[in-house]
Design a protein around this ligand. Sequence first.
Ligand code: ADP
Length: 296
Amino acid sequence: DLLVVGSANADLVIAVERRPGAGETVLGGDLAVHPGGKGANQAVAAARLGARTVLLARVGDDAHGRLLLESQRAAGVDTVGVLVGGAPTGVALITVDPSGDNSIVVSPGANGKLTPGDVRAAASLFQASKVVSTQLEIPLETVVEVVRNLSSESRFVLNPSPPRPLPSELLAACDPLIVNEHEAKVVLGESCVSDRPEDWARLLLAKGPRSVVVTLGAEGALVASADGVERVPSVKVDAVDTTGAGDAFTAALAFRLGAGASLAEAAGYAARVGAAAVTKEGAQVSFPTAEEVEAL
Ligand code: ADP
């Protein structure tokens, strides 16, 4: 029912006292390896909520690729669309200092080899999907090809992360375009003439999407469509780690839209899922089940 097209990465994390300068070596803590990447995160988040979810992605024929396949299957994601080979699995090399600040080097690897041809070859997955959810950690032309292969019944959701200016063909297909504050500013570019999220939502809507959602962290989100702009509150929680909150939000929203909810209803549910995700460390391990969302 839900098709996620996007990235799958191994996150390699080491705690350090301080970052090395050029030519320098520092010793860090033990290596932690976590499944990540925005596509893989969204698929796991949706499946954990109970959505029938398929992931279309590419990993390398290596240990990281097998880790990603395993974590998807453990969450209940259908991995029929996960292609193997072409380059090493995508990796994020992450150092975390004592203040909690990250420095990250991303090697897209196999994510960069997910091609428009791979999208065309997955036509049967598109036929079966009510909602197709994407991000921008795969080539832009591949995301554009997704739009061209949508079935007439399916709805397209895009979280443009990492953000960049978007072609109008892509913008016009979004229902909704989901952005945080930083992504809103980059997508708006020169036309970002205001500090008010309500204005960003309206300005983004004027660029062509059928609907827009602006996520505002602890403040929840704004939903904007031809019906106007509406504020959706989040739940008050003790935030421990916000990694993956946006991915959990997007996945939950796509899931509820597929189940027939209105955009405002789906965003209300997604805000609770995002809130639940920030109460635990990590990305995929922090995503809640439907029962945990109820309990919040
Ligand atoms: P991103 O992770 O992409 O920057 P946000 O920080 O806006 O996205 O978080 C996405 C959603 O997760 C928010 O709309 C909100 O519903 C929820 N959320 C994030 N941080 C908090 C928080 N501190 N308290 C409650 N909910 C939160």
